[in-house]
Design a protein around this ligand. Structure first.
Ligand code: ADP
Ligand code: MG
Length: 366
């Protein structure tokens, strides 16, 4: 991609903060490119499907997920987290997973969140919420989801929970280490079901003791390595044990594991977990929230949880002021944006804050 193409793509990303569709004159203004040049570049980006054009009510352009992927990928490549994308290995409801190689030649996993792809239910249920959040909002919410996933993965990993190693986050993407194993869903027989089951139960218990519930703890999000070790993945939907429906999510996680082990491995389970006995408040979830940076982000993602799950434990008065800035800000933003990418910013800040909390000083959690 040429420098001009990159400028135009970034200009459209910036313009989308305030506009559902970014009109051509604004693209020219933000990218500081002359009309002829800008429109030539726009045509090329359109042809490559990095952007889409609409001219029903308004005439303008918007980023596609492909364009958004490109911007994130570009950052990952500059930082050496990704050198080459080998191929897609998974396509979830709301994410795509790619196997990649980093600059040291190691395999890594790239996960792009793609909210909005299948969430029609969400739109219907929450018209008001979605109304003032447009195409940009899917990109924005996907980004929040990736930030949330990365933040939890980082925190869990640092506290000796078995997760992939978080490597980088940008926009709607995260890069993490590759787990050499298979999702439990793909396994039809195991030598020692008790060994695997006990790890799952222990994880649910340790999470809850630390104030956290995975809330999608099932055979698709638990991977088993060759040696039988269980690794948890997929954290955007984690909630605190103080969530209004905490017990429901916890019991559902426990039930999923019960049912799976009984049906798949014919393993009869007698143990159970009592939420009220286990859940201790005030630990990891508070440390994540306490870290100023994530406060607003977590609040927003909690709002989004409301959409996905139809619960309503939180007030919804937190305006996205940054989505309604004055347009004139945009025009100087391109250079700032491009500069900022190098010292990026969001996750670095949260990492520092979390480190400062000295959570590791407590040693083992269990
Ligand atoms: P989704 O949110 O779409 O469910 P997941 O994070 O659960 O996405 O990942 C989907 C699939 O991709 C997993 O079931 C697993 O097969 C694969 N996968 C995800 N992360 C990794 C990883 N770090 N290492 C190896 N495979 C992974
Ligand atoms: Mg999953």
């Amino acid at each position: 991609m040429t420098k001009d193409e990159f400028r135009v793509l970034t200009a459209i990303e910036i313009g989308m903060r305030n506009h559902e569709l970014v009109p051509m004159p604004l693209i020219e203004r933000i990218s500081h490119l002359k009309r002829v040049c800008a429109s030539k570049v726009v045509k090329l980006l359109l042809k490559n499907k990095f952007i889409a054009h609409e001219n029903k009510k308004f005439d303008g352009y918007k980023l596609t997920y492909l364009g958004y992927d490109y911007l994130a990928l570009q950052v990952f490549m500059r930082r050496g987290a990704i050198k080459e994308v080998l191929g897609k290995i998974g396509c979830g409801k709301e994410s795509d997973i790619y196997k990649c190689v980093n600059q040291n030649g190691d395999f890594v996993i790239l996960k792009f969140t793609r909210l909005g792809r299948t969430s029609f239910r969400t739109i219907k249920k929450n018209r008001d919420y979605i109304q003032h959040r447009t195409s940009y909002s899917w990109l924005y919410l996907s980004r929040l989801s990736a930030i949330k996933e990365y933040t939890f993965m980082d925190l869990l990993h640092k506290n000796n929970f078995p997760t992939p190693i978080p490597i980088e986050q940008n926009r709607h993407g995260i890069v993490m280490s590759l787990i050499n194993g298979v999702p439990m869903q793909n396994i039809s027989e195991i030598d020692n079901p008790k060994y695997v089951f006990d790890q799952c139960f222990d994880l649910l218990k340790r999470l809850a003791e630390n104030g956290l519930i995975h809330s999608d703890f099932n055979e698709f999000n638990l991977m088993i390595e060759d040696n039988g070790k269980v690794i948890m993945i997929d954290f955007p939907q984690m909630v605190s044990t103080k969530h209004k429906n905490a017990q429901f999510y916890f019991d559902r996680d426990v039930e999923c594991i019960h049912v799976f082990f009984e049906r798949r491995f014919n393993y009869q389970i007698t143990d159970t977990l009592d939420f009220n006995k286990i859940a201790r408040l005030n630990d990891l979830d508070v440390q994540v929230k306490a870290s100023g940076f994530v406060k607003k982000e977590i609040k927003n993602i909690d709002d989004f949880d409301i959409d996905l799950r139809g619960s309503d434990d939180d007030d919804d008065d937190d305006d996205d002021n940054d989505e309604h800035q004055d347009n004139s800000d945009d025009e100087n933003e391109l250079d700032r944006n491009i500069e900022q990418e190098d010292s990026d910013n969001e996750i670095e800040d949260s990492k520092k804050i979390i480190q400062n909390l000295n959570i590791l000083n407590d040693g083992e959690i269990s």
